[in-house]
Design a protein around this ligand. Structure first.
Ligand SMILES: Nc1ncnc2c1ncn2[C@@H]1O[C@H](COP(=O)(O)OP(=O)(O)OP(=O)(O)O)[C@@H](O)[C@H]1O
Length: 481
Protein backbone atom coordinates (compact mmCIF):
# COMPACT_ATOMS: atom_id res chain seq x y z
CA UNK A 1 0.00 0.00 0.00
CA UNK A 2 1.47 3.42 -0.88
CA UNK A 3 2.13 5.55 2.16
CA UNK A 4 -0.27 8.25 0.93
CA UNK A 5 -3.16 5.77 1.20
CA UNK A 6 -2.22 4.59 4.65
CA UNK A 7 -5.08 3.53 6.85
CA UNK A 8 -6.31 5.67 9.67
CA UNK A 9 -4.19 3.90 12.35
CA UNK A 10 -0.88 3.37 10.50
CA UNK A 11 1.14 5.35 8.00
CA UNK A 12 4.61 5.94 6.65
CA UNK A 13 5.69 9.51 7.36
CA UNK A 14 8.47 11.47 8.93
CA UNK A 15 9.30 12.47 12.50
CA UNK A 16 11.94 15.12 13.22
CA UNK A 17 12.90 14.90 9.51
CA UNK A 18 13.48 11.12 9.50
CA UNK A 19 11.47 8.49 7.66
CA UNK A 20 9.27 6.65 10.15
CA UNK A 21 6.62 3.96 10.34
CA UNK A 22 3.81 5.33 12.48
CA UNK A 23 1.20 3.25 14.31
CA UNK A 24 -1.53 4.61 16.55
CA UNK A 25 -3.12 2.52 19.31
CA UNK A 26 -6.18 4.29 20.78
CA UNK A 27 -6.32 1.98 23.83
CA UNK A 28 -5.13 3.06 27.30
CA UNK A 29 -5.36 6.76 26.54
CA UNK A 30 -3.76 6.50 23.10
CA UNK A 31 -0.14 5.90 22.04
CA UNK A 32 1.71 6.67 18.82
CA UNK A 33 4.54 4.22 18.13
CA UNK A 34 7.27 5.64 15.94
CA UNK A 35 9.73 3.26 14.28
CA UNK A 36 12.81 4.81 12.67
CA UNK A 37 15.99 3.06 11.56
CA UNK A 38 17.60 3.70 14.97
CA UNK A 39 14.74 2.20 17.00
CA UNK A 40 11.28 2.81 18.49
CA UNK A 41 9.72 5.65 20.44
CA UNK A 42 6.27 5.89 22.03
CA UNK A 43 4.38 9.16 22.38
CA UNK A 44 1.34 9.08 24.68
CA UNK A 45 -1.67 11.35 24.17
CA UNK A 46 -1.47 12.36 27.83
CA UNK A 47 1.82 14.16 27.07
CA UNK A 48 0.47 15.92 23.98
CA UNK A 49 -0.86 19.47 24.16
CA UNK A 50 -2.18 19.27 20.59
CA UNK A 51 -1.34 18.22 17.05
CA UNK A 52 -1.53 20.99 14.46
CA UNK A 53 -1.08 21.47 10.77
CA UNK A 54 1.62 24.02 10.14
CA UNK A 55 0.22 26.79 7.96
CA UNK A 56 3.68 27.62 6.63
CA UNK A 57 4.22 24.30 4.84
CA UNK A 58 5.21 24.47 1.18
CA UNK A 59 2.25 23.85 -1.11
CA UNK A 60 4.33 21.62 -3.38
CA UNK A 61 5.47 19.41 -0.51
CA UNK A 62 4.37 15.80 -0.74
CA UNK A 63 2.77 15.91 2.69
CA UNK A 64 1.83 18.95 4.74
CA UNK A 65 4.02 19.60 7.75
CA UNK A 66 2.39 18.75 11.06
CA UNK A 67 3.49 19.50 14.59
CA UNK A 68 3.08 17.48 17.75
CA UNK A 69 3.26 19.86 20.73
CA UNK A 70 4.73 17.58 23.35
CA UNK A 71 5.32 18.05 27.05
CA UNK A 72 7.47 15.43 28.66
CA UNK A 73 7.90 15.19 32.36
CA UNK A 74 9.24 16.49 34.62
CA UNK A 75 10.53 15.57 38.02
CA UNK A 76 13.35 13.26 36.84
CA UNK A 77 14.98 16.04 34.83
CA UNK A 78 14.13 18.56 37.52
CA UNK A 79 16.42 16.84 40.00
CA UNK A 80 19.34 17.21 37.56
CA UNK A 81 18.52 20.69 36.34
CA UNK A 82 16.09 22.70 38.48
CA UNK A 83 15.37 25.10 35.60
CA UNK A 84 14.27 22.28 33.35
CA UNK A 85 11.08 21.13 35.03
CA UNK A 86 8.98 21.34 31.88
CA UNK A 87 10.35 19.85 28.66
CA UNK A 88 8.35 21.31 25.80
CA UNK A 89 9.10 20.06 22.30
CA UNK A 90 7.61 21.00 18.96
CA UNK A 91 7.99 17.73 17.04
CA UNK A 92 7.92 18.18 13.26
CA UNK A 93 6.08 15.38 11.46
CA UNK A 94 4.40 14.46 8.20
CA UNK A 95 1.65 12.03 7.32
CA UNK A 96 0.63 11.17 10.87
CA UNK A 97 -2.12 8.51 11.13
CA UNK A 98 -5.47 10.31 10.82
CA UNK A 99 -6.94 8.69 13.94
CA UNK A 100 -3.97 10.00 15.96
CA UNK A 101 -4.46 13.50 14.52
CA UNK A 102 -8.21 13.38 15.31
CA UNK A 103 -7.51 12.30 18.90
CA UNK A 104 -5.22 15.29 19.42
CA UNK A 105 -6.62 18.09 17.27
CA UNK A 106 -7.99 21.40 18.52
CA UNK A 107 -11.62 21.83 19.50
CA UNK A 108 -13.70 23.91 17.03
CA UNK A 109 -13.84 26.63 19.71
CA UNK A 110 -10.04 26.94 19.80
CA UNK A 111 -9.73 26.86 16.01
CA UNK A 112 -12.22 29.71 15.90
CA UNK A 113 -10.56 31.61 18.75
CA UNK A 114 -7.15 31.46 17.12
CA UNK A 115 -8.33 32.34 13.62
CA UNK A 116 -10.39 35.28 14.91
CA UNK A 117 -7.49 36.30 17.12
CA UNK A 118 -5.05 36.54 14.24
CA UNK A 119 -7.45 38.52 12.05
CA UNK A 120 -9.00 40.62 14.81
CA UNK A 121 -6.61 41.33 17.68
CA UNK A 122 -9.38 43.01 19.75
CA UNK A 123 -10.77 39.56 20.43
CA UNK A 124 -9.57 39.22 24.01
CA UNK A 125 -7.24 36.48 25.12
CA UNK A 126 -5.45 36.79 28.45
CA UNK A 127 -2.96 34.71 30.36
CA UNK A 128 -2.97 35.25 34.13
CA UNK A 129 0.10 33.93 35.92
CA UNK A 130 -0.53 33.49 39.65
CA UNK A 131 3.04 33.30 40.85
CA UNK A 132 2.04 32.63 44.47
CA UNK A 133 0.08 29.47 43.63
CA UNK A 134 1.29 26.04 44.71
CA UNK A 135 5.05 25.78 44.86
CA UNK A 136 5.50 28.78 42.56
CA UNK A 137 5.96 27.17 39.13
CA UNK A 138 3.40 29.19 37.15
CA UNK A 139 5.86 31.69 35.65
CA UNK A 140 8.19 28.94 34.49
CA UNK A 141 5.32 26.96 32.98
CA UNK A 142 4.28 30.05 31.05
CA UNK A 143 7.82 30.75 29.77
CA UNK A 144 8.66 27.15 28.91
CA UNK A 145 5.34 25.80 27.70
CA UNK A 146 2.47 28.25 27.13
CA UNK A 147 4.46 30.88 25.24
CA UNK A 148 6.07 28.46 22.77
CA UNK A 149 2.77 26.57 22.37
CA UNK A 150 0.89 29.78 21.49
CA UNK A 151 3.71 30.71 19.13
CA UNK A 152 3.37 27.33 17.38
CA UNK A 153 -0.27 28.25 16.73
CA UNK A 154 0.83 31.56 15.21
CA UNK A 155 -0.23 33.60 18.26
CA UNK A 156 2.67 35.89 19.06
CA UNK A 157 3.12 37.80 22.31
CA UNK A 158 1.32 40.84 20.93
CA UNK A 159 -1.76 38.64 20.44
CA UNK A 160 -2.60 38.19 24.11
CA UNK A 161 -2.37 40.12 27.35
CA UNK A 162 -0.19 38.64 30.07
CA UNK A 163 -0.93 39.55 33.64
CA UNK A 164 1.45 38.46 36.42
CA UNK A 165 0.19 38.65 40.01
CA UNK A 166 2.09 40.87 42.43
CA UNK A 167 -0.15 40.47 45.47
CA UNK A 168 -3.01 38.37 46.80
CA UNK A 169 -5.51 40.87 45.35
CA UNK A 170 -3.99 41.01 41.85
CA UNK A 171 -6.49 38.66 40.20
CA UNK A 172 -9.44 40.38 41.87
CA UNK A 173 -8.11 43.78 40.74
CA UNK A 174 -7.52 42.66 37.15
CA UNK A 175 -10.90 41.00 36.78
CA UNK A 176 -12.67 44.06 38.25
CA UNK A 177 -10.73 46.62 36.20
CA UNK A 178 -10.44 44.84 32.84
CA UNK A 179 -12.52 41.70 32.41
CA UNK A 180 -15.78 42.81 34.06
CA UNK A 181 -16.15 46.05 32.04
CA UNK A 182 -15.42 44.24 28.79
CA UNK A 183 -17.88 41.46 29.67
CA UNK A 184 -20.50 44.14 30.34
CA UNK A 185 -19.78 45.62 26.90
CA UNK A 186 -20.63 42.24 25.40
CA UNK A 187 -17.09 41.27 24.38
CA UNK A 188 -16.07 37.60 24.28
CA UNK A 189 -13.07 36.97 26.52
CA UNK A 190 -10.93 33.91 27.13
CA UNK A 191 -8.64 33.72 30.16
CA UNK A 192 -5.95 31.09 30.52
CA UNK A 193 -5.43 30.98 34.26
CA UNK A 194 -2.21 29.49 35.62
CA UNK A 195 -3.25 29.07 39.25
CA UNK A 196 -4.90 26.84 41.83
CA UNK A 197 -8.55 27.08 42.74
CA UNK A 198 -7.94 30.55 44.16
CA UNK A 199 -7.74 32.27 40.77
CA UNK A 200 -11.07 30.85 39.63
CA UNK A 201 -12.72 31.71 42.93
CA UNK A 202 -11.36 35.28 42.93
CA UNK A 203 -12.76 35.70 39.40
CA UNK A 204 -16.12 34.25 40.44
CA UNK A 205 -16.40 36.54 43.44
CA UNK A 206 -15.74 39.69 41.41
CA UNK A 207 -18.19 38.75 38.67
CA UNK A 208 -20.96 37.63 41.06
CA UNK A 209 -20.70 40.58 43.43
CA UNK A 210 -20.76 43.21 40.65
CA UNK A 211 -23.67 44.42 38.59
CA UNK A 212 -23.84 42.91 35.13
CA UNK A 213 -25.34 44.59 32.08
CA UNK A 214 -27.93 43.10 29.74
CA UNK A 215 -25.12 42.74 27.17
CA UNK A 216 -22.96 40.73 29.61
CA UNK A 217 -21.03 37.93 27.90
CA UNK A 218 -19.64 35.22 30.17
CA UNK A 219 -15.84 35.10 30.19
CA UNK A 220 -14.39 31.66 29.49
CA UNK A 221 -11.68 30.31 31.78
CA UNK A 222 -9.14 27.69 30.84
CA UNK A 223 -7.36 26.44 33.93
CA UNK A 224 -3.79 25.19 34.15
CA UNK A 225 -3.39 23.43 37.51
CA UNK A 226 -0.63 25.27 39.33
CA UNK A 227 -2.05 25.23 42.85
CA UNK A 228 -1.58 22.96 45.83
CA UNK A 229 -4.86 21.02 45.93
CA UNK A 230 -6.21 21.96 42.49
CA UNK A 231 -9.63 20.64 43.52
CA UNK A 232 -11.42 22.07 40.48
CA UNK A 233 -8.87 20.79 38.00
CA UNK A 234 -8.72 17.36 39.63
CA UNK A 235 -12.50 17.05 39.94
CA UNK A 236 -13.39 18.15 36.41
CA UNK A 237 -10.81 15.74 34.98
CA UNK A 238 -8.87 18.52 33.27
CA UNK A 239 -5.77 17.48 35.20
CA UNK A 240 -5.99 13.84 34.07
CA UNK A 241 -3.25 14.28 31.50
CA UNK A 242 0.38 15.25 32.09
CA UNK A 243 0.06 18.79 30.70
CA UNK A 244 -1.61 20.21 33.85
CA UNK A 245 -4.74 20.95 31.86
CA UNK A 246 -3.23 22.85 28.91
CA UNK A 247 -4.31 19.97 26.62
CA UNK A 248 -7.88 20.49 27.85
CA UNK A 249 -7.67 24.25 27.18
CA UNK A 250 -7.03 23.54 23.50
CA UNK A 251 -9.37 20.57 23.13
CA UNK A 252 -12.13 20.83 25.79
CA UNK A 253 -15.69 22.14 25.78
CA UNK A 254 -17.04 25.15 27.68
CA UNK A 255 -19.24 24.26 30.66
CA UNK A 256 -21.10 26.27 33.29
CA UNK A 257 -19.41 26.26 36.67
CA UNK A 258 -21.80 25.30 39.51
CA UNK A 259 -21.42 27.63 42.50
CA UNK A 260 -22.77 28.36 45.98
CA UNK A 261 -23.20 31.40 48.19
CA UNK A 262 -21.99 31.45 51.80
CA UNK A 263 -23.69 34.15 53.89
CA UNK A 264 -22.19 35.14 57.25
CA UNK A 265 -23.54 36.81 60.39
CA UNK A 266 -22.64 40.50 60.85
CA UNK A 267 -19.18 40.99 62.34
CA UNK A 268 -17.64 38.01 60.48
CA UNK A 269 -14.36 38.86 58.73
CA UNK A 270 -11.93 37.35 56.23
CA UNK A 271 -8.51 36.41 57.61
CA UNK A 272 -5.64 37.43 55.34
CA UNK A 273 -1.86 37.70 55.46
CA UNK A 274 -1.36 34.33 57.18
CA UNK A 275 -4.12 35.16 59.64
CA UNK A 276 -2.37 38.31 60.88
CA UNK A 277 -4.92 40.75 59.45
CA UNK A 278 -8.62 40.82 58.74
CA UNK A 279 -10.66 42.44 56.03
CA UNK A 280 -14.41 42.98 55.76
CA UNK A 281 -16.48 40.68 53.59
CA UNK A 282 -18.49 41.90 50.61
CA UNK A 283 -22.02 42.48 51.88
CA UNK A 284 -25.47 41.60 50.63
CA UNK A 285 -28.23 44.22 50.36
CA UNK A 286 -29.38 43.23 53.86
CA UNK A 287 -25.94 43.73 55.37
CA UNK A 288 -24.72 40.16 55.72
CA UNK A 289 -21.23 39.07 54.65
CA UNK A 290 -21.16 37.19 51.35
CA UNK A 291 -18.56 34.86 49.85
CA UNK A 292 -19.11 32.82 46.69
CA UNK A 293 -17.54 29.43 46.11
CA UNK A 294 -17.31 26.55 43.66
CA UNK A 295 -15.46 23.93 45.69
CA UNK A 296 -15.99 23.64 49.41
CA UNK A 297 -17.50 25.23 52.49
CA UNK A 298 -16.12 23.67 55.66
CA UNK A 299 -15.83 24.15 59.39
CA UNK A 300 -13.94 22.29 62.14
CA UNK A 301 -10.82 20.26 61.30
CA UNK A 302 -10.76 20.95 57.56
CA UNK A 303 -11.13 24.73 57.88
CA UNK A 304 -8.57 24.81 60.70
CA UNK A 305 -5.95 22.86 58.78
CA UNK A 306 -6.38 24.93 55.61
CA UNK A 307 -6.04 28.11 57.69
CA UNK A 308 -3.06 26.94 59.75
CA UNK A 309 -1.16 25.64 56.71
CA UNK A 310 -1.56 28.78 54.59
CA UNK A 311 1.82 30.27 55.45
CA UNK A 312 4.90 30.79 53.30
CA UNK A 313 6.75 28.22 55.43
CA UNK A 314 4.10 25.50 55.08
CA UNK A 315 3.47 26.27 51.36
CA UNK A 316 6.98 25.05 50.49
CA UNK A 317 5.80 21.51 51.26
CA UNK A 318 3.08 21.38 48.57
CA UNK A 319 0.10 19.18 49.50
CA UNK A 320 2.02 17.76 52.48
CA UNK A 321 1.27 21.06 54.23
CA UNK A 322 -2.33 19.98 54.83
CA UNK A 323 -1.30 16.71 56.48
CA UNK A 324 1.32 18.46 58.60
CA UNK A 325 -1.26 20.96 59.89
CA UNK A 326 -3.82 18.16 60.44
CA UNK A 327 -1.34 16.24 62.58
CA UNK A 328 -0.70 19.25 64.80
CA UNK A 329 -4.46 19.80 65.24
CA UNK A 330 -5.21 16.15 65.98
CA UNK A 331 -2.24 15.49 68.24
CA UNK A 332 -1.21 18.93 69.52
CA UNK A 333 2.49 19.08 70.41
CA UNK A 334 1.63 20.51 73.86
CA UNK A 335 -0.05 17.18 74.64
CA UNK A 336 -3.58 18.58 74.87
CA UNK A 337 -6.62 16.82 73.39
CA UNK A 338 -7.85 17.83 69.92
CA UNK A 339 -10.60 20.41 69.91
CA UNK A 340 -14.22 19.27 69.64
CA UNK A 341 -16.17 21.84 67.63
CA UNK A 342 -19.56 22.92 68.98
CA UNK A 343 -22.52 24.22 67.04
CA UNK A 344 -25.98 23.53 65.66
CA UNK A 345 -26.31 22.39 62.06
CA UNK A 346 -29.44 22.64 59.95
CA UNK A 347 -29.51 21.03 56.51
CA UNK A 348 -31.75 22.09 53.62
CA UNK A 349 -32.92 19.53 51.08
CA UNK A 350 -35.36 20.16 48.26
CA UNK A 351 -38.40 17.87 48.09
CA UNK A 352 -39.96 16.63 44.86
CA UNK A 353 -41.84 19.96 44.48
CA UNK A 354 -38.57 21.88 44.67
CA UNK A 355 -39.38 23.31 48.10
CA UNK A 356 -36.58 23.54 50.68
CA UNK A 357 -37.16 21.28 53.68
CA UNK A 358 -35.02 21.90 56.77
CA UNK A 359 -33.61 19.26 59.04
CA UNK A 360 -31.71 20.10 62.24
CA UNK A 361 -29.01 17.61 63.21
CA UNK A 362 -29.33 16.19 66.70
CA UNK A 363 -25.59 16.12 67.29
CA UNK A 364 -24.00 19.40 68.32
CA UNK A 365 -20.34 18.32 68.60
CA UNK A 366 -18.18 17.67 65.54
CA UNK A 367 -14.69 17.00 64.24
CA UNK A 368 -15.28 17.50 60.53
CA UNK A 369 -18.01 19.31 58.60
CA UNK A 370 -17.45 19.74 54.88
CA UNK A 371 -19.95 20.57 52.16
CA UNK A 372 -18.58 20.27 48.65
CA UNK A 373 -19.45 20.53 44.96
CA UNK A 374 -16.43 18.49 43.87
CA UNK A 375 -15.11 14.94 44.16
CA UNK A 376 -11.40 15.58 44.77
CA UNK A 377 -9.81 18.12 47.08
CA UNK A 378 -6.41 16.95 45.83
CA UNK A 379 -5.35 14.63 43.02
CA UNK A 380 -5.52 11.57 45.30
CA UNK A 381 -7.91 12.88 47.98
CA UNK A 382 -11.35 11.67 46.87
CA UNK A 383 -13.41 13.42 49.51
CA UNK A 384 -16.77 12.93 47.77
CA UNK A 385 -16.61 9.85 45.54
CA UNK A 386 -20.22 10.15 44.32
CA UNK A 387 -19.67 13.65 42.91
CA UNK A 388 -19.41 13.79 39.11
CA UNK A 389 -17.64 16.56 37.18
CA UNK A 390 -19.66 19.79 37.37
CA UNK A 391 -22.84 17.91 38.46
CA UNK A 392 -23.92 20.84 40.65
CA UNK A 393 -24.80 18.63 43.64
CA UNK A 394 -23.63 19.66 47.11
CA UNK A 395 -22.58 16.74 49.31
CA UNK A 396 -21.95 16.91 53.04
CA UNK A 397 -19.43 14.91 55.02
CA UNK A 398 -19.78 14.87 58.76
CA UNK A 399 -17.72 13.33 61.55
CA UNK A 400 -18.74 13.51 65.19
CA UNK A 401 -16.31 13.80 68.13
CA UNK A 402 -14.32 10.65 67.29
CA UNK A 403 -10.73 9.94 68.32
CA UNK A 404 -7.76 11.40 66.45
CA UNK A 405 -6.76 7.88 65.41
CA UNK A 406 -10.19 7.35 63.84
CA UNK A 407 -10.00 10.70 62.01
CA UNK A 408 -6.59 9.73 60.60
CA UNK A 409 -7.97 6.33 59.57
CA UNK A 410 -10.94 7.98 57.81
CA UNK A 411 -8.74 10.50 56.00
CA UNK A 412 -6.47 7.62 54.99
CA UNK A 413 -9.45 5.89 53.36
CA UNK A 414 -10.32 9.11 51.54
CA UNK A 415 -6.83 9.01 50.02
CA UNK A 416 -7.45 5.42 48.90
CA UNK A 417 -10.22 6.17 46.43
CA UNK A 418 -12.94 7.49 48.77
CA UNK A 419 -13.79 4.34 50.77
CA UNK A 420 -14.33 6.47 53.90
CA UNK A 421 -17.92 7.26 52.92
CA UNK A 422 -18.89 3.62 53.63
CA UNK A 423 -17.44 3.73 57.14
CA UNK A 424 -19.99 3.74 59.96
CA UNK A 425 -18.52 6.84 61.65
CA UNK A 426 -18.99 8.96 58.51
CA UNK A 427 -22.24 10.61 57.49
CA UNK A 428 -22.33 11.41 53.75
CA UNK A 429 -25.48 12.93 52.25
CA UNK A 430 -26.66 15.11 49.34
CA UNK A 431 -27.92 18.52 50.41
CA UNK A 432 -29.02 21.80 48.84
CA UNK A 433 -27.81 23.97 51.69
CA UNK A 434 -26.55 24.09 55.24
CA UNK A 435 -26.54 26.50 58.17
CA UNK A 436 -24.13 26.38 61.08
CA UNK A 437 -24.98 28.31 64.25
CA UNK A 438 -21.77 28.52 66.27
CA UNK A 439 -22.19 27.68 69.94
CA UNK A 440 -21.60 30.71 72.14
CA UNK A 441 -19.16 28.53 74.14
CA UNK A 442 -16.74 28.67 71.18
CA UNK A 443 -14.93 31.67 72.66
CA UNK A 444 -11.62 31.10 70.92
CA UNK A 445 -12.10 32.50 67.43
CA UNK A 446 -9.83 29.79 65.98
CA UNK A 447 -12.70 27.35 66.29
CA UNK A 448 -15.09 29.60 64.38
CA UNK A 449 -13.01 29.65 61.23
CA UNK A 450 -14.86 28.64 58.07
CA UNK A 451 -13.14 27.73 54.80
CA UNK A 452 -14.76 28.76 51.54
CA UNK A 453 -12.61 27.48 48.66
CA UNK A 454 -9.39 28.10 50.59
CA UNK A 455 -10.40 31.54 51.88
CA UNK A 456 -10.75 31.68 55.66
CA UNK A 457 -13.61 33.59 57.25
CA UNK A 458 -13.80 34.02 61.00
CA UNK A 459 -17.45 34.00 62.01
CA UNK A 460 -18.58 36.36 64.74
CA UNK A 461 -18.98 34.94 68.27
CA UNK A 462 -22.33 33.17 68.58
CA UNK A 463 -22.77 33.90 64.85
CA UNK A 464 -23.62 31.72 61.88
CA UNK A 465 -22.89 30.81 58.28
CA UNK A 466 -25.45 29.68 55.75
CA UNK A 467 -24.45 28.13 52.43
CA UNK A 468 -26.79 27.37 49.55
CA UNK A 469 -26.51 26.27 45.95
CA UNK A 470 -26.84 29.05 43.37
CA UNK A 471 -29.35 28.89 40.55
CA UNK A 472 -28.76 29.81 36.89
CA UNK A 473 -28.88 33.57 37.64
CA UNK A 474 -25.38 33.07 39.11
CA UNK A 475 -24.10 31.58 35.86
CA UNK A 476 -21.42 34.23 35.25
CA UNK A 477 -18.49 32.32 33.77
CA UNK A 478 -17.72 29.23 31.76
CA UNK A 479 -14.87 26.86 32.37
CA UNK A 480 -13.22 24.72 29.71
CA UNK A 481 -13.39 21.10 30.89
N1 LIG B 1 2.45 37.59 43.71
C1 LIG B 1 1.70 37.21 44.75
N2 LIG B 1 1.88 37.74 45.98
C2 LIG B 1 1.13 37.38 47.02
N3 LIG B 1 0.14 36.46 46.94
C3 LIG B 1 -0.07 35.89 45.75
C4 LIG B 1 0.68 36.23 44.60
N4 LIG B 1 0.23 35.49 43.55
C5 LIG B 1 -0.78 34.73 44.04
N5 LIG B 1 -0.96 34.97 45.34
C6 LIG B 1 -1.93 34.36 46.22
O1 LIG B 1 -1.53 33.03 46.46
C7 LIG B 1 -2.69 32.24 46.65
C8 LIG B 1 -2.63 31.09 45.69
O2 LIG B 1 -3.87 30.48 45.67
P1 LIG B 1 -4.23 29.35 44.65
O3 LIG B 1 -5.55 28.83 45.04
O4 LIG B 1 -4.04 29.80 43.26
O5 LIG B 1 -3.12 28.28 44.93
P2 LIG B 1 -3.03 27.25 46.11
O6 LIG B 1 -3.70 27.78 47.33
O7 LIG B 1 -1.60 26.86 46.19
O8 LIG B 1 -3.81 26.00 45.50
P3 LIG B 1 -5.26 25.37 45.75
O9 LIG B 1 -6.21 26.46 46.09
O10 LIG B 1 -5.58 24.69 44.45
O11 LIG B 1 -5.02 24.40 46.87
C9 LIG B 1 -3.90 33.14 46.42
O12 LIG B 1 -4.39 33.60 47.64
C10 LIG B 1 -3.32 34.27 45.60
O13 LIG B 1 -4.02 35.47 45.73
Amino acid sequence: MPASQANSFASAGTIRGKDADLTYDPENGGTLTITVSEGKENIHNRNIIAVINDKKYRQDAKFPLQKILLLTNDEATASKSPRKVFNFEEVNATNLPQSFVDANSLSPRTVNLFSVKIEEPAFHLYVIISVGSGTGQAQQYFDDVVKPAFSAFGIQESGYEVYVTSSSTSITDFIGAVVLPRANEGRPQTILLLSGDGGVVDTLNVLLSSSRSLDYVKPVIGLVAMGTGNALANSTGLNNDLTRGLRRFFRGQTCSLPTFTATFSPGSEALIDEGRRTEPLATSSDGFGIVYGAVVCSWALHASLVADSDTTEYRKFGTARFQMAAKELLTPSDGSAPHVYKGKITLTKRNEHGEGVQQALEAQEFMYILATLVSNLEETLVISPYSRPLDGQIRLLQLGPISSADVMRILGLAFQGGGHVDDEVVSYVSIDGMRIDFDDREQDSRWRRVCVDGKIIRASRGGWVEMSKNDSTADVLDIIA
